[in-house]
Design a protein around this ligand. Structure first.
Ligand SMILES: [Zn+2]
Length: 113
């Protein structure tokens, strides 16, 4: 199942990067980050969580394990929006959103009202 997910992410979402080898520490860093941030930074959802790299891994692999470069987003579409795809990648997994933290604060305010 995991390999099918990778293939889907690679071919359909173009999200999985085959070129750069991920750090062997990533699973541990990811798990610890999720334990400290167990919900989507935008919607607060707890399903389908992804630890997102603000500076994408393929743009700067050196920031892969830097917690300042990480944010938890979900793909559960709680408000009809895939938080990871929309806020993290502006609707296209090849793109990066440099202002993601500001964007999330801005939209969170609106959803509160
Ligand atoms: Zn979410």
């Amino acid at each position: 199942m995991a390999i099918l997910k990778k293939i889907k992410e690679s071919i359909i979402d173009e999200k999985y990067d085959w070129k750069h080898k991920r750090s062997s520490s990533w699973p541990k860093v990811r798990k610890a980050f999720l334990e400290n941030n167990p919900f989507s930074a935008f919607c607060g959802g707890k399903e389908s969580l992804e630890v997102h790299h603000i500076k994408p891994f393929h743009f700067d692999p050196s920031l892969e394990l830097d917690s300042d470069n990480l944010i938890v987003l979900c793909e559960s579409k709680k408000y009809g929006v895939n938080c990871h795809l929309f806020f993290g990648h502006l609707g296209n997994y090849k793109k990066e959103n440099k202002n993601i933290k500001e964007d999330i604060e801005f939209w969170k305010e609106k959803f509160k009202k």
